[in-house]
Write a new protein. Sequence first.
Length: 282
Amino acid sequence: MRIGLFFRKRNENLIRIVQNIASHILSKGSTVMPAPEIQDILPDCPAFNENQPCEKPDALISLGGDGTLLHAAQYALRQDIPVIGFNYGFTGFLTNIEKEEIYQTLECILSGCYKINSIASLKASIFRNGENIKSLYCLNDFVLQRDPSEKILTTEIYLGTQKIASFRGDGIIVATPTGSTAYALSAGGPVIDPECNVYLLTPLCSHQLSGRSLVVPEEKKLFSNIFTKGIKTRFICDGSSEIIVKDLDRISIERYHRSLKMIVLHTKSFYQTLNQKFQWGL
């Protein structure tokens, strides 16, 4: 079996842990394939190559927090690879395999004793003067956000052909059910069970008392028209990659045809994780 490894924080402790995990995988007769940006940590192992699908891992392990997993998920989405997160971050809602469970989890992965859940993802296309200038894909959320130094941002929201809202404020969050426990939750949005076929629209610091979150069916495409006087208005994908958008740009957001394959063990449910990480229902 070919196991991919991905991490971002280059501290001495995490590097040692990654090297130990790699040694354990190799001792079981499997192959270790680091992501290209960390191959220098494991120079004797072949990096996986996005341009050559035959040279991709059978499963990808992310070591870090949820932000690291979201980076790894971009690889996993593009190459249709199952992914799992080992928690070396803070909250670790997505990366819910804790340090003491790592080697037990590795044995399950190497022996195939796991199942795969399909996690919904979204696709955004940005149009300028009628031309598609950029397409992005997210697991958690897209955020349209003004710069704090600039004036209020106005967005018109359409669901299909029907206009449903016009918000004035700092921007909007469009989140998947998985992303409902991330930035959207901090902005006052609801928690959504990941089995629901919906996505979530949450205004950021709306200058209207009526500005509240809205849950919409995933089969409907959402459009946003942007009206901004700023030059730093950003459209952000999963808290990492971003593009500067301009006045009169138009964004379409829809369910992406490919879901993320998330490796899960039978020991934890969504609600157990919700209870453990956020003390929900206690």
